[in-house]
Design a protein around this ligand. Structure first.
Ligand code: GLN
Length: 545
């Protein structure tokens, strides 16, 4: 069977949740035995989001092969239980960069290089490359941005051409729009959808299916109206109502028959959908037996998308423990000696987040110290782990000025430092320690209890490391370096003993947690937090007695 391409565009407004709709449709097709991947086409000029501020872009999602990508790829991996790679995220910056490099090499043989055909050809080649790998029956192509944007035009044009290149019978166009409710008129309005479809059609792409985001149920009259004005069958008007959890969306889309319409139109050989495990997961997060609160200490806490994968991994880890994890967002910049107790005393666990630069870092040290001394389960991720090591050096080993050279270049005790291979790097984009690396786990550690495996692989995104020249001091003072990268002998996991659960990891475990494969460290952390909250309540009761 030829690979089928499903092109997903969005109209009316941004933030309609195109990524979740793609991931949900992907999950439904995987549940029917099809091999699916999703590609995101991003219309910005950055070569990748790696250089962008989390306020601009949210989390940078890192793949096994070390690509710094859009956070939607995280949804694709979590929903489909697949691995993505650099090829799953294409940006205008990368397209132009490659075309210009080719031009410099003389690859265009003296021709004038133009948006059409050279840029559009380059876009198509990325889509077709993924589809021709023989690994997939279906490639979902999510076109970023909103239809009508100037910067999206080359993508829409490339998708129009793609239809003819791979055969119209092998492509399908889905358009996601908004059907707003106008309180003054007391009704749902279809005009924005009509306009959006018109704009899309003018660019040569006519939608086969419309997915309509709405706060209210679309009744038959509205559906017929949309169908009539937008040139689709009534069954191809799919309502996407707001859901409490993104994980409910695949089930809502199945109810609306989205997968069946797609299968029918593309002639896909599909089995009955097996969504048993998915439904069990949704049941668990909708009706949890217990609840607890975990503090997430970071400097981007007003912008939850900056910690997207951590939030999702806590949901996965919570579900395994039949527990809903509520997050207390703690701004590290505002933490001080006076308020730290107030902020953290009653949480069940403390997670210190990844980050760059020294803003808010002293607050992170205080959070680590409070969790360590008060025996609250602690999870430090990347910068969070580095903070835990610095705090240990300062307050357990008594080296007052211990620091990372990221925050103090002249620190007398650089317990966190750049590796020699990072010292002379000047370019910012794609030059960190990125992607998948092996890690060997020591016996008798929190990490081994969680992983139950000696050799694991995790994804990285950082420049600084625990300083190998000083690392024996940590061990002598009782810190357990329970995970080591065998190839380069780098510290990947640091733990504190005589504590219910204290784990810092140099890598990003959150990037590998999926619905069907929740990350063992998150499962263990939530379990330890749950045990802590129980013992905490017991102690309080004893005090009251
Ligand atoms: N800023 C630190 C480093 O570059 C940590 C990075 C992170 O938390 N992702 O090593």
């Amino acid at each position: 069977m030829a690979t089928k391409y499903i092109i997903v565009t969005g109209g009316v407004t941004s933030s309609l949740g195109k990524g979740i709709i793609c991931a949900s449709l992907g999950r439904l097709l995987v549940a029917r035995g099809l091999r699916v991947t999703i590609q995101k086409l991003d219309p910005y000029i950055n070569v990748d989001p790696g250089t962008m501020n989390p306020y601009e872009h949210g989390e940078v999602y890192v793949t096994d092969d070390g690509a710094e990508t859009d956070l939607d790829l995280g949804h694709y991996e979590r929903f489909l239980d697949i691995k993505t790679s650099q090829e799953n995220n294409v940006t205008t910056g990368r397209i132009y960069y490659d075309v210009i490099m080719k031009e410099r090499r003389g690859a265009f043989l003296g021709k004038t290089v133009q948006v059409i055909p050279h840029i559009t050809d380059e876009i198509k080649s990325h889509v077709i490359k993924l589809g021709s790998s023989e690994d997939y029956d279906v490639v979902l192509v999510e076109v970023g941005g909103t239809v009508g944007d100037i910067e999206s035009l080359p993508y829409i044009e490339a998708m129009r051409q793609l239809k003819y290149e791979v055969g119209r019978e092998n492509t399908l166009s889905i358009h996601l729009t908004l059907v707003p409710y106008l309180a003054a008129a007391g009704e749902l309005k279809t005009k924005p959808t009509q306009h959006s479809v018109k704009t899309l059609s003018e660019s040569g792409l006519t939608p086969d299916i419309l997915v309509c985001r709405s706060e209210y149920e679309l009744d038959g009259t509205i559906r017929r109206k949309i169908a009539q004005f937008c040139n689709v069958a009534v069954e191809d008007v799919i309502a996407s109502l707001d859901a409490d959890s993104i994980y409910e969306v695949p089930l809502l889309m199945q109810k609306e028959g989205l997968d069946l319409r797609v299968i029918d139109k593309l002639g896909l050989p599909a089995k009955n959908a097996d969504l048993k495990r998915w439904k069990e997961f949704v049941e668990k997060i909708k009706f949890p037996k217990k609840e607890l609160e975990i503090a997430l200490v970071g400097k981007y806490v007003e912008h939850h998308d900056a910690y997207k994968s951590i939030v999702e991994a806590l949901i996965h880890g919570g579900a395994v423990n039949d527990t809903k994890v509520n997050i207390r967002w703690v701004q590290s910049e505002e933490l001080n000696e006076q308020n730290v107790k107030n902020e953290l005393a009653d949480v069940s666990g403390v997670l210190v987040a990844p980050g760059f630069g020294d803003r808010g870092v002293e607050g992170k040290f205080l959070a680590v110290k409070y969790a360590r001394e008060n025996k609250i389960p602690f999870f430090g991720i990347c910068l969070g782990m580095q903070c835990a090591v610095i705090e240990f050096a300062r307050n357990v080993m008594g080296v007052e000025n211990a620091n990372s050279t990221e925050f103090d270049e002249d620190t007398p005790y650089p317990i966190i430092d750049l590796m020699p291979d990072q010292r002379d790097i000047e370019d910012k984009g794609g030059t960190m320690r990125l992607g998948k690396y092996e890690c060997k786990i020591e016996k008798d550690s929190f990490a081994m209890d969680a992983y139950k495996e000696e050799l694991i692989e995790e994804r990285h995104r950082h420049r600084f490391e625990v300083n190998n020249e000083l690392r024996s001091d940590l061990v002598e003072s009782g810190m357990v370096l329970s995970g080591i990268n065998p190839e380069r002998d780098l510290v990947e996991i640091a733990e504190v003993k005589d504590h219910p659960w204290f784990v810092g990891v140099q890598f990003h475990p959150e990037l590998r947690s999926t619905v069907y494969d929740p990350h063992p460290l998150f499962v263990s952390f939530v379990k330890a937090s749950q045990d802590h909250s129980v013992s905490h309540i017991e102690t309080e009761e004893q005090v009251a007695e």
